[in-house]
Ligand binder design. Structure first.
Ligand code: ADP
Ligand code: MG
Length: 731
């Protein structure tokens, strides 16, 4: 056989070199930690006292770094990098393409007299100009002034990849609009810092800064790289567009937390070593539910650094996988019929005094503080659920949300029955001044009970898109390929807005003569009442919930175009402007980019499906059908008219079925291409995305069904596409 499938299969595991890619792990991984990071520790060693302090101030207080300090930092960075064999530097940034971007420049600089030096100064550190005209910008930059620049983000440490010094940066246009994921995130982090620090003055005047924390959990699939290369749909779209489910999938639940296959283990070990060197504090690894699906999670970090680390990780994973002859699939739904992949985003707020604001404390005062941030978060999600939904919307994540393996597209909040009953108690707090008895009662029996409740709050609802898990909220609907910055920008923006409102309302009540605690209880009571309908403890996968949610007036934005249309609501645009996260132009541009990306993804999938169906599936089916025809003809020749009919009955039936399916595919492809061309010619981006969603995408199924049926009929030896069984069970 000359098909790619068989060539790929021939290279497989029986060849032991793939399994023997043994990785030695040092006894203490901790010794590798931050080896390739310009960390605080390294900075202390390489920088002058003045420069070191200036960087710390930039990280902790957001102060600007003076030009002469930047020069000092640049020289120190260069010296450190050269000592590690580095030759180039790059501003490392996260444009809206979804991948990370870098443009390497050499330190090497020729000078007079045929000599050369290694040069790197403050100017080069602060700013670099990638040729930015081909990054998505949603029409912000006209092509004639198509230049953006990257600017150093000193709050995320520089690091070394290979022989390149990477400087985490933001990406902005010359007219000042943000063109990446990071710049708006930094603005949102600033907004929530300001708002939360203000609110903290009610509880602890020592707090001068609040930073959001993020702990992500990354799911992914590994497939053998030769098998991967043999599937044009995987290569071009990141997912399989065709393929019959194997007899064994995930029914036996024997993969989850099972022992990790040797080759995968070697990959994981090497990945962990690389992560350690880059300062990504990975701690957890295990098998996931689907065959060949795995998960990796780090210790949580400040959101900005955690976002960079997740983006970096996705990049590193691909490279390390390659060395072990694996290809990594970060697509949310690479295989039909088994679970897809997500990326849980665990979120909390932490103070510069070392407190987690979503963790209850030891006394009633600390617990009122906890309740304040807890209830405000719920209220924020209640007010801006649609925005949160839009932040996780993508063509690939649409396959996963609401598919009984991932949270539904309806945003709700799970807090556990016990905390729910605490909130119900708080709902009864008297309007206005509280009696001494009521205060004591609240202190002892409501607020005072919280730590105990949390200790045995073990009921975790995996079906909820937004769940409280003891000392943090977990956003579970984020897609595995997403940049965490998007949902984190929204989360922190809405928390900032909500905390600002809260401060205003509490202050107003204090002004009217209520004590601080009374005022807080009064405002929280109203918030609980207003947000109750978003709290849901039941099964998020059930149809009943969809009905119930509709009754409650909650949105169920099932598709990306629906979610993105909502994103442009005046209320949301105003919020972004007010919080200083996006200007109107920026929101519009990003919305446009996401719509275009959605349409492009479906367009590519449609074309790839059409190609495979016509050039691989139909010829294979006809090839087999011809064999059957020859067989029938032969039978007729040998047995004569009468006898042959009985003998060739099944073959004849197969011949007919093949023809039927071939014709479904052929007509289906024609219909698909027509619908696709029509969608493509739609000029309004919103309407275009809707056309791809409603007119093009549904046509995939018919073609797939017919092709998968053929896969079951055609001789295995003639089937050109590598099968699910082979992709999912080769380890
Ligand atoms: P699981 O959700 O799988 O049951 P855990 O509850 O132990 O696992 O934690 C999951 C993730 O939550 C980890 O990546 C961890 O770093 C993160 N996490 C824990 N505490 C915080 C916090 N205060 N802020 C943000 N993330 C956190
Ligand atoms: Mg989790």
């Amino acid at each position: 056989m000359s098909t790619l499938r068989f060539k790929a299969l021939e290279t497989l595991p029986f060849k032991n070199f793939r399994k023997d890619n043994h990785v030695d792990v040092p006894a203490k991984l901790s010794e590798l930690y931050c080896e390739n990071v310009f960390s605080e520790e390294t900075m202390r060693e390489y920088l002058t006292k003045e420069a070191f302090q200036s960087i710390l101030d930039a990280i902790r207080k957001g102060t600007k770094i003076q030009r002469h300090i930047a020069d000092q930092v640049a020289v120190a960075m260069k010296d450190w990098a050269l000592s590690k064999g580095v030759t180039h530097y790059t501003h490392w940034f996260q444009p809206l393409t979804g991948a990370t971007a870098e443009k390497h420049d050499s330190f090497f600089t020729p000078i007079e007299g045929g000599r050369a030096i290694e040069r790197f100064n403050g100017g080069m550190l602060i700013q670099q100009e990638p040729d930015a005209s081909s990054f998505p910008n949603g029409g912000i930059r006209n092509t004639f002034e198509a230049r953006g620049y990257t600017a150093w983000d000193p709050t995320s440490p520089a690091f070394i990849m290979g022989t390149t010094l990477c400087i985490p940066s933001i990406f902005i246009s010359y007219t000042g609009e943000t063109l990446d994921y990071k710049a708006p995130l930094l603005r949102a982090l600033h907004a929530v810092d300001e708002a939360a620090t203000e609110v903290m003055q009610y509880f602890d005047k020592n707090v001068t800064k609040v930073v959001p924390t993020l702990g992500w959990e990354q799911e992914y699939f590994l497939v053998d790289s030769a098998l991967y290369q043999s599937r044009p749909d995987l290569v071009l779209t990141g997912k399989t567009l065709l393929g019959h489910s194997p007899a064994k999938g995930q029914q036996l639940d024997d993969h989850y937390f099972g022992s990790i296959p040797t080759r995968v283990m070697n990959f994981m070990k090497e990945l962990e070593i690389e992560c350690m060197k880059l300062g990504i504090p990975v701690t957890t690894r295990h098998n996931e539910v689907a065959p060949n699906q795995f998960e990796l999670a780090p210790m949580f970090e400040e959101a900005n650094v955690a976002v960079d680390h997740n983006s970096l990780l996705m990049d590193v994973m691909a490279r390390v996988a390659h060395k072990h002859h694996f290809h990594i699939l970060l697509h949310e739904k690479p295989f039909a019929g088994v679970n897809g992949s997500g990326k849980h985003n665990n979120w909390s707020l932490s103070t510069d005094t070392g407190e987690n604001l979503l963790s209850p404390g030891k006394n009633p005062k600390k617990n009122l503080q906890f309740l304040t941030f807890f209830v405000n978060t719920i209220k924020a999600v209640h007010e801006y659920a649609d925005l949160l939904r839009a932040s996780i919307a993508s063509a690939s994540n649409d396959h996963r949300l609401g598919a009984n393996e991932a949270p539904p597209a309806i945003i709700s909040v799970f807090i556990g029955s016990q905390l729910y009953s605490v909130l119900s108690e708080l709902e009864k707090v008297t309007n206005g001044k509280l009696s001494p008895e009521e205060k004591t009662e609240l202190k002892l029996n409501v607020v005072g009970k919280i730590p105990e409740i949390l200790l045995d709050n073990t009921d975790r609802n995996r079906t909820s898109p937004f769940a409280f898990t003891g000392n943090k909220f977990e956003i579970r609907a984020v897609g595995s390929s997403a940049n965490c910055a998007e949902s984190m920008t929204v989360m922190n923006t809405i928390a900032a807005k909500q905390l600002k409102e809260f401060k205003k309302e509490v202050d107003a009540l204090i002004e009217k003569g209520l004590k601080k605690d009374e005022a807080i209880f009064n405002v929280l009571r109203e918030y609980i009442k207003q947000s109750k309908n978003i709290m849901f403890e039941g099964d998020g996968y059930s149809d009943d919930w969809a009905k119930e949610a509709q009754k409650r007036g909650l949105s169920n934005l099932k598709t990306t175009p629906e979610a993105l249309e909502r994103e442009m609501d005046k209320k949301f645009v105003k919020l972004y402007e007010e919080m200083g996260v996006f200007s109107h132009v920026e929101v519009e541009a990003r919305n446009e980019i996401k719509l275009e990306k959605y349409s492009t993804v479906i367009d590519i999938e449609a074309r790839v499906l059409a190609d495979i169906a016509r050039n691989h599936i139909i010829p294979a089916a006809l090839n087999y059908q011809n064999r059957l025809i020859d067989n029938v003809k032969g039978l007729k020749e040998i047995f004569g008219d009468k006898e042959f009919k009985a003998l060739a009955k099944e073959q004849m039936s197969l011949i007919t079925q093949i023809s039927e399916n071939v014709s479904i595919i052929k007509l289906g492809v024609e219909e698909l291409l027509k619908a696709k061309d029509k969608a493509k010619s739609t000029t309004n981006s919103q309407k275009q995305a809707e056309a791809y969603c409603n007119e093009v995408k549904p046509l995939f199924d018919k073609i797939r069904e017919a092709s998968d049926a053929l896969e079951m009929m055609v001789d295995d030896e003639l089937w050109p596409l590598t099968k699910y069984r082979e992709l999912l069970f080769t380890r």
